[in-house]
Every structure is written in structure tokens, then in C-alpha cells.
Ligand binder design. Structure first.
Ligand SMILES: Nc1ncnc2c1ncn2[C@@H]1O[C@H](COP(=O)(O)OP(=O)(O)OP(=O)(O)O)[C@@H](O)[C@H]1O
Ligand SMILES: [Mg+2]
Length: 666
């Protein structure tokens, strides 16, 4: 087969392929050195075999020559470029463009197709997408695997995998092929094929260095280097075959890979590649991805839901308190019973004066008897009281109207003030039920209904519904003041309803209006600090929810990070392979962060929806108006994305720091 033309590269054509001078490699904590003072020159176009017992340092030597590992001391140059002084980035580039690896254990990405395995290096090299398939297929043809191009790599046999590894190595048009026991696990037939491919490559000018235990393989090489205990013990061969650079340069045409591309197309290509890689990594581990997204989505959903619920709740509380704070205040005037008995006219006159103050909607006295002091029964004065104790109150005639308490029939209260009518009562709907007084929502209590208050029979002329604004009246009876005078203990208040927002101002002037000559008689005891209570409740609720949200987000980050970390561990070999081929640390890091981003943005969107639904459900159950803070969904997406990225940072860093020389050993 004719491989695609080889490119000119950074190295000089006349240079030695590899030159080692006094290379030693001592691993930290090891008793002896894996390599000791190794000096070696390999010319371009040589076919070299490296033999030696297990543990003698062959792979170490190959890793150092392939720039996967750094020597502890000594000097190494690849095609004239000194390696010691080179930056990590330029080592990556040299690996990518000059060197092709075939590893001891045939490292292929099992979940990916044969052709995409063959094309990994091309992607890192930046070969345009449309050209990759053709080049990779060419490489597959070279090793006779073109018919398998669509299969998953994990379905290949051992021999086929090794051939795929060769195809991957040669697809990037390397100058040097480093093969570590390429026939180690193969039968003699397959071994022969592999050696044939390597020879063929060599005949095209590629420098081939192959480590082997197989003497047949070693005999195929032009030069044979023996290693023992980290030292070269023999180096024999004709050394006469190497292709001279003139033979190689016939192929030295620019390739598609190296054609100039605009930065926009480079950017778009790498973006598409990155997304492709990330989506591929996520989709090959579907269950893990789905569980991760679910865990994330629940956390984000819980958080956005908590935000929504806290807004809805505090809105509900606010509304209730605000109504009370803005429109109502209460005033205590002297000793209740005595005012009612002795100064009733003065009370009425004072209430009238307050009513006339601008911005006052209405004012009314409300006298509430101490519940233990009164017996209210339905049948007779000595019959048992209802199980729920009923409270007894009296008020000015416009109280129900002014404070929007629904009374049925509407005019039932006016009869109270008719001296001929005698004592009368209106009862709350709950009290009517407790007292077995039939009533209708339209016409009120049945005609002739009456109750006993102590030993007086009092006709019931109306029912009322205190609603949510006056829960204190849900079990109560209102009577006219004449009955109340008989009650010795009670609490007298003047309740004032103002226009919205005027309660504070009215509180200032109400005592003077009540008693111009002696304002000290009236004491405003409102609802005073309701505004600050309201603020407090909102703040408390807010910080509680914030704390809860923080815990949820931390949980999401930890879950995601640990899952990503495990993935990194599982993908060690893959990461090492990519690094060995020439992927930069940044590229590895970027692909993990992109995975975090994709998981985060998906889970964030889902979480936003979960949060919104939760808020709507809770407010529906509570019958509160739902408050969905604007951009709640957006908050979910942003939080999800940020969390996804944050949780991927550490695993991505770990992945990018993996030592390829160690990881490649598996
Ligand atoms: N990262 C490392 N840390 C510590 N010791 C190491 C490391 N890598 C290799 N070694 C040691 O260095 C020595 C040489 O190892 P190397 O893998 O080069 O041997 P080899 O000749 O390739 O053996 P084999 O034929 O079995 O593959 C061995 O004793 C090995 O245990
Ligand atoms: Mg080895």
C-alpha cells in the first residue's frame, strides 16, 4: 500500500533519529536504577530491536525515547531537537508529529469504532474532519483491517487489536515507530504479519524500534540491542540498511494535516471535536450519566424549589402581616368594664372622633369578655356548653361593615340599637354549628333561633364569617352592649381601620382624637412592630432557605465530583493513550470540564423545571398565590452549569496530571 505522503517536520532530515547520551533513570524509592548510563545513536530509517530479560529496563528506555518519561540524568535528542530544554507543550507536539507508539498491551478504546480509534491522533493533530476518515481508512488498509472499520474495537481479536494499534500509530505519519512487544500475545502467524507491516513501514523510511522477547522478530531487525540490568550489554547489526534521507525526502510533501487552516475553521473544528468527545464519553456510560444528571437535577430542583417556596411563603406571610400593619391598629382605653358601665357615652364620642380623623375608614370599640366568665348554651342556662368554648364580644354597630366581616343577613346588626328590640346576638358560623343553630348562607339563622347567655335568653338574628383576617372570632358571639354590662371582667379595645399605609400616622393622633383633654387615657398597642416582625420573618426564612440551598449544592458538587473522579480512574488507560499520542494536558482537562458542563446544563434545565413544578404544587396545596422569582429557571440552568464545571475541575486536573508512562502500563 502507498501510505499518504509524509510531511516535513520540525526536525532536520539529516539528523539522527534518536540520540541518547549517558541516560539514567532512577524511580523514586527504587533500590536500583532502571537505566544506567545508556548511550545510543539511532539513525533515521533504521530497524532496531531491543531485547533483554524481563525488568531489564526495555520499556523504560522506550518511554524515554518516546518522550513519555523523563530521564533522571543524561541528554536526549530526537531528530536533532534537544529534549531536556523543551517545554511540555513542544514535547506533546514532538510526540504527536514524530513518534508513533504501539504499546506492550494493545491499548485501544474499546467503546469506540475501529476507524475512530485509528483516527485519534489525526484529531489531535488538527486534521480537518472530512480528511480524517480517508486517512484512517488508508492506515486500516495497511494492516488489512479496512473491513472492520465500523466495529467496536472491543470486539476485535488480540491480533486485530495489535494491528489496529499499528494503524493508529502510522495514521499520523510518524518518523519513528516505537513498538513495545507488539507480538507479545500473538501466535506465530499474527506475529509474522505484524513484523511484515513494520518492515514495510521501515522500507518507506520510518525508523522502527521494537522491543521483543521473540528471537524471530529480533532477527528481522537490522540492528539488535541487548539490555541487562539497565545497561546496554551488546549492540550488533549491519547498520548498513538505513534509508538515507534522500530516499525519505521523496515523500516529503505537505499533507492535508499540515495545510494551512484559518483560525476560525481550527476553532470550529476543535469545538466540534471537543463536543463530540464529551458527548461520546457521556453516551458510552449512559447509566452513570443519567444517574449523575438525576442527582444533580434533584439538588438543583430542590434549590430552585426552595427559592420559589420561600418567595411564595414569605409573600403569603407578608400579605397577611402587611394588611394588618398597614390598615389596622388597636387602642386600649382605661379599665374595660368600668368604661363600659360608667363612661359609655364618652367611649362612643371618642370612637366617633377617631372615625372623623382623615384617612380613618372606621373605628369601633370591641369589648371581649373573659371566656371563663360567661356561659353560652343553646337549650337552657343549666345545659352543658358546647365543647369548643365560645367567646363573647360587643362592638359598635358599624364594626362588621368597617372591617369587612361578612354578616348574614347584612342588616342584622342594625337591630341591636333599637331599644325596643331588647338584647340580640349574632354568632359566627362555627359557633352556630356548635350551638346547633340552623342557618343558611343567604338568609342567616332560622327564624326564632336563640341562645342562652348566662340566664338570659337572647334571640340570634344573624351569622357572620370572620374569614382569615379575624381568626380570633371564629368561635364567638357578638351581643349588644347592654348584655356586656353584666359581665364584670373583660378587655376593651378600640379597633381602627385606616386607609392603606396610614396606620402609623393614625397611631400618632388617635389618642388625642379620643380624648383631646387627656390623651393619656388612650394607649395605642398595635400591631406596632409588625413591619419589623415582617422583615424578621422574611429574613429568617431567607437565610434558612439559603443555608438549605447551600447544603444541596454542596451535595450536588460532591456527588458529581466523586462520580467524575471515578470515571477518571476508569479511563486511566484511555487518558494515557491520548497523552502518549500527543494530547496536551489542557486538551485532556478541557474534555472533562466540557463533560461537567454538559451534565450541569442538562441537569440545571431539568432542575429548574422540577423547582418550578414544586413551587406551583406547594402553593396550590396551600392556596397561596405562587411567586416564581423572575428567571428561576435561568437560575437553575446557571447554577447547574456552574456546579457541573466546578465539580469537574478537580477530576479534570487529576486526569491531566496523570503520568502517561505509569498509566500506560495499566
Ligand atoms: N514508575 C515506576 N516506578 C518504579 N519502578 C518502576 C517504574 N517503572 C518501571 N519500574 C521498574 O523499572 C524496572 C524496569 O522496568 P521496565 O518496565 O523497563 O522493564 P522491561 O524490561 O520492560 O520488562 P518486561 O520485559 O517485563 O516488560 C523494573 O524493575 C520495574 O519494576
Ligand atoms: Mg516492558
Amino acid at each position: 500500500m502507498a501510505l499518504r505522503p509524509r510531511a516535513k517536520d520540525a526536525g532536520s532530515e539529516d539528523a539522527l533519529a534518536i540520540s541518547l547520551e549517558g541516560i539514567s533513570r532512577t524511580y523514586p524509592g527504587a533500590e536500583s536504577s532502571a537505566l544506567v548510563d545508556v548511550s545510543l545513536k539511532i539513525e533515521a530509517g533504521e530497524f532496531v530491536s531491543v531485547v533483554g530479560p524481563s525488568g531489564s529496563g526495555k520499556s523504560t528506555l522506550l518511554n524515554i525515547m518516546g518522550l513519555l518519561d523523563r530521564a533522571s540524568s543524561g541528554r536526549i535528542a530526537i531528530r536533532g531537537q534537544v529534549v531536556e530544554s523543551a517545554s511540555e507543550r513542544s514535547l506533546d507536539r514532538m510526540r504527536l508529529h514524530l513518534i508513533g507508539f504501539v504499546f506492550q498491551s494493545s491499548n485501544v478504546l474499546g467503546d469506540e469504532s475501529v476507524i475512530s480509534n485509528a483516527a485519534i491522533g489525526l484529531r489531535v493533530q488538527g486534521v480537518p474532519m472530512d480528511a480524517r476518515a480517508a486517512i484512517a481508512l488508508d492506515a486500516l488498509k495497511f494492516v488489512g483491517l479496512e473491513h472492520k472499520y465500523g466495529s467496536q474495537a472491543k470486539l476485535l481479536s488480540g491480533g486485530e487489536r495489535q494491528r489496529l494499534a499499528i494503524a493508529r500509530a502510522i495514521a499520523t505519519q510518524p518518523r519513528i515507530i516505537l513498538a513495545d512487544e507488539p507480538t507479545g500475545n500473538l501466535d506465530s502467524n499474527n506475529s509474522r504479519r505484524i513484523i511484515e507491516y513494520l518492515r514495510k513501514l521501515n522500507s518507506e523510511g520510518v525508523t522502527v524500534i521494537v522491543i521483543t522477547h521473540d528471537s524471530e522478530v529480533a532477527n528481522q531487525a537490522d540492528r539488535r540491542i541487548q539490555i541487562r540490568d539497565g545497561r546496554i550489554t551488546s549492540d550488533v547489526g549491519t547498520n548498513s540498511h538505513p534509508k538515507r534521507p534522500s530516499q525519505i525526502s521523496a515523500h516529503a510533501e505537505p499533507t492535508l494535516a499540515r495545510k494551512r487552516q484559518s483560525w476560525v475553521s481550527c476553532f470550529v473544528r476543535s469545538l466540534v471535536d471537543d463536543w463530540g468527545d464529551a458527548l461520546n464519553a457521556l453516551s458510552t456510560r449512559t447509566l452513570r450519566t443519567m444517574l449523575l444528571i438525576l442527582a444533580f437535577a434533584i439538588a438543583i430542583g430542590g434549590m430552585t424549589g426552595a427559592l420559589g417556596i420561600s418567595s411564595t411563603t414569605s409573600n403569603a406571610i407578608n400579605n397577611r402581616l402587611a394588611i394588618a400593619a398597614q390598615e389596622r391598629l388597636a387602642i386600649t382605653v382605661g379599665d374595660g368594664p368600668s368604661v363600659l358601665r360608667d363612661d359609655f357615652d364618652e367611649l362612643r364620642a371618642g370612637v366617633d372622633r377617631i372615625t372623623r380623623v382623615p384617612h380613618v375608614v372606621g373605628a369601633s370599640f370591641v369589648y371581649s369578655a373573659v371566656p371563663a366568665d360567661v356561659r353560652i348554651t343553646r337549650v337552657g342556662p343549666s345545659d352543658p356548653e358546647p365543647e369548643t368554648p365560645l367567646s363573647l364580644h360587643s362592638s359598635s354597630k358599624d364594626y362588621f361593615k368597617d372591617f369587612d366581616i361578612k354578616l348574614i343577613p347584612q342588616n342584622s346588626r342594625s337591630a341591636f340599637d333599637d331599644p325596643r328590640a331588647g338584647p340580640l346576638a349574632v354568632v359566627s358560623m362555627k359557633a352556630a354549628t356548635a350551638l346547633n343553630i340552623p342557618f343558611s348562607q343567604k338568609t342567616g339563622p332560622v327564624a326564632g333561633a336563640s341562645i342562652w347567655i348566662e340566664d338570659r335568653l337572647v334571640p340570634v338574628v344573624g351569622v357572620f364569617d370572620p374569614g382569615t383576617n379575624f381568626p380570633e372570632y371564629s368561635n364567638s358571639v357578638f351581643v349588644d352592649a347592654s348584655i356586656m354590662r353584666a359581665v364584670s371582667r373583660g378587655d376593651l379595645k378600640i379597633q381602627v381601620r385606616t386607609e392603606k399605609g396610614f396606620s402609623g400616622a393614625i397611631a400618632q393622633v388617635a389618642p388625642l382624637a379620643y380624648s383631646p383633654s387627656d390623651p393619656g387615657k388612650a394607649r395605642v398597642d398595635v400591631t406596632a412592630d409588625i413591619q419589623s416582625i415582617r422583615q424578621g420573618v422574611s429574613n429568617d426564612l431567607g437565610s434558612l432557605i439559603a443555608l438549605l440551598s447551600l447544603v444541596l449544592i454542596l451535595l450536588a458538587i460532591i456527588t458529581a465530583a466523586s462520580s467524575m473522579y471515578l470515571t477518571v480512574q476508569n479511563r486511566s488507560a484511555e487518558i494515557a493513550l491520548r497523552r502518549a499520542i500527543g494530547s496536551s494536558r489542557w486538551l485532556i482537562c478541557r474534555s472533562f470540564i466540557l463533560e461537567g458542563f454538559i451534565v450541569g446544563i442538562t441537569a440545571g434545565s431539568l432542575g429548574g423545571v422540577i423547582g418550578t413544578i414544586t413551587t406551583l404544587s406547594v402553593s396550590w396545596i396551600q392556596a397561596w398565590p405562587p411567586v416564581l422569582p423572575s428567571g428561576l429557571w435561568l437560575v437553575g440552568i446557571l447554577l447547574g452549569t456552574a456546579t457541573g464545571i466546578v465539580s469537574a475541575i478537580y477530576p479534570a486536573w487529576v486526569a491531566s496530571r496523570k503520568d502517561p508512562a505509569i498509566a500506560i502500563r495499566g
